[in-house]
Each structure stands twice: as structure tokens, then as C-alpha cells.
Design a protein around this ligand. Structure first.
Ligand code: BJW
Length: 233
């Protein structure tokens, strides 16, 4: 790898698993405990806003009990020390990249610590406990919702993210099952741009065959080792 290479990194729930945050599709993961249609769709929110708001309140509260792990910290070290650009795109709604020291993170599926007005799209820092019908501080409509991208909604910043993928020299996906689009299509986009592609996971993901290189094992070990290789430390 050249020192000026642009490195684009997609992270998923697996990077936060060693911090104690459940993934979605593990046997005992979040989707084994909650119906996706109930808690992660706009229709579910319209049907039962209290259930959905409470689901995200509980996950927001959990953030106080978890800390970044060596994988988050290694990526922050890479961002600070690599001469080329490092772009981290996360599907995660936790704030562990930021608390691990990363300056810029693209949260394509939203953030637990953010609230969104369904009436005017205004965003603000979410209180620890949101309630259905909370008022928007900007337009005052009782239309606050968790700032989370649910199924059927457009993930954030897609134009900017595809521009980064189209200019990538290296593309790495860390701890994501490759089941959810458009993120699962990023490896194909990066390969079209000529990037070298690496997957970090405990096992091959649903799109694992599209990667040129695999690093198998817990991200807390494989990611710091990779960053050491790149930085020559
Ligand atoms: C470790 C580890 C360790 C564990 N170390 N690794 C039919 C075909 C294709 C697409 C569609 C379709 N029908 C509908 C769609 C579109 C739909 C979709 O993809 N559905 C699929 C289920 C088929 N997508 C959407 O609706 C998206 N919007 C959209 O497409 O808009 C239109 C559009 C068109 C064109 C361009 C752009 C857009 C929106 C998706 C919203 C996803 N939302 C969620 C929930 C909200 C956030 C939250 O509550 O937290 O986001 S779903 C959930 O899945 C969450 C995650 O961000 C996302 C991805 O999960 P992730 O991170 O991969 O977690 P897991 O659990 O699946 O995997 C963990 C991995 O880690 C595993 O592989 C483990 O092995 C590994 N691991 N421990 C390393 N220690």
C-alpha cells in the first residue's frame, strides 16, 4: 500500500461487539429479540411509536455502559497518522468511533444520540429518554423521532459516500454481514473503482466472495494488526 492511498472503511455491528453491543443477526442478536418490522420500519413507528422510542431509549442508555475497543481506537490512530485520506462510513448508530478518537465519521444509518423532526427534518441532540410526541425545538410540531434510518428509508449522504467509494484505493469492510443494502453493494462499487478490497469478519459475509482479501477473527485483534502494518509500526 502506498502512503498516499485513499482508504475507505465500512463498519458494521461486529466492530462494536467486543465492546458489549449486540449485533443484529447473531442467533441471540437484536433481531432474535425484536421483530424488525415492529422496531425498524416507518410503518412500525406509525403503528406503535412508544415501542419504537423505548427500543431506541434502551439502546441509547446502554451507550453509557460501553467503551470503545481496540478496533475503534486503531482506526482513529490510522485517521491521525496515515498520509492519505481515511474515510470511515459506519452503519452503526452508536458513538464508539467518536469516543475512540475518530474525528470524522459518516453515520449512514443515523445516530442514537440524535433526534429528527418528522415534520421539518430539523436535527438536535437527543435527550437520554425520548417520548412519542416530543416537540421539535425548531418548528414546535409534536413530531420528534429517533434519527435512525429504517428499512425503506434512504440512508444518509449517499452522493458523498459513492464519491468516496469511486475514488478509493483500498476498501475495507469490518464486522458487517453484507445483508443490508446499499452498504452491502459498496464492495462492488469500490472494485469498479479499482480498489483493493479486504473483509474483516469472524466468517465470510453474504458478499464475502467479492472481496480479494479476508482477515478472519475478532476485529479487536485483526484491525489493530492491519493498522500497524499500514503505519509500519
Ligand atoms: C464480527 C465480530 C467481531 C461479530 N469481529 N466481526 C431486496 C434486495 C436488495 C435490497 C432490498 C430488498 N428489499 C429491500 C431492500 C432494501 C433494504 C435491504 O437491504 N433489505 C435487506 C434486508 C434485503 N435496505 C433499505 O431499506 C435501506 N434503504 C434503501 O435501500 O433505500 C433505497 C436506496 C436505493 C438506492 C441507493 C440507496 C438507497 C435502509 C436500510 C436501513 C437499515 N437499518 C438498520 C436498523 C436501523 C439502525 C439500528 O437500529 O441500529 O441498520 S437494519 C440493521 O442492519 C442496522 C445495521 O446498520 C444493518 C447492518 O447490519 P450489520 O452491521 O451488518 O450487523 P449484522 O448483525 O447483520 O452483522 C454483524 C457481522 O459482524 C456478522 O457478519 C458477524 O460475523 C460479524 N462479527 N462479531 C468481527 N468481534
Amino acid at each position: 500500500m502506498a502512503s498516499s492511498d485513499k482508504i475507505v472503511i465500512l463498519t458494521g455491528a461486529g466492530i462494536s461487539a467486543e465492546s458489549g453491543i449486540e449485533t443484529f443477526r447473531a442467533e441471540d442478536g437484536l433481531w432474535a429479540q425484536h421483530r424488525v418490522e415492529d422496531v425498524a420500519t416507518p410503518e412500525g413507528f406509525a403503528r406503535d411509536p412508544e415501542l419504537v422510542v423505548n427500543f431506541y431509549n434502551a439502546r441509547r442508555a446502554q451507550l453509557a455502559d460501553v467503551v470503545p475497543n481496540p478496533a475503534h481506537k486503531a482506526l482513529a490512530r490510522l485517521e491521525a497518522a496515515h498520509q492519505g485520506e481515511v474515510v470511515v462510513i459506519t452503519q452503526n448508530v452508536d458513538d464508539l468511533h467518536e469516543r475512540g478518537g475518530m474525528k470524522k465519521v459518516w453515520h449512514m444509518h443515523g445516530e442514537l444520540n440524535s433526534a429528527l423532526c418528522a415534520a421539518c427534518d430539523h436535527r438536535w441532540a437527543a435527550p437520554l429518554v425520548m417520548a412519542p410526541g416530543d416537540a421539535c425545538p425548531s418548528c414546535h410540531a409534536p413530531a420528534a423521532r429517533p434519527d435512525i434510518v429504517w428499512f425503506g428509508e434512504m440512508p444518509y449522504d449517499m452522493d458523498a459516500l459513492f464519491a468516496h467509494l469511486g475514488a478509493a484505493d483500498v476498501f475495507a469492510a469490518i464486522g458487517t454481514s453484507g445483508n443490508v443494502y446499499p452498504a452491502a453493494g459498496f464492495v462492488a462499487e469500490a472494485r469498479r473503482a479499482g480498489a483493493h478490497t479486504i473483509e474483516f469478519n469472524l466468517e465470510r459475509s453474504a458478499v464475502g466472495s467479492q472481496f480479494q482479501e479476508h482477515r478472519t477473527g475478532p476485529a479487536g485483534q485483526t484491525v489493530p494488526a492491519w493498522v500497524d502494518e499500514i503505519l509500519g509500526s
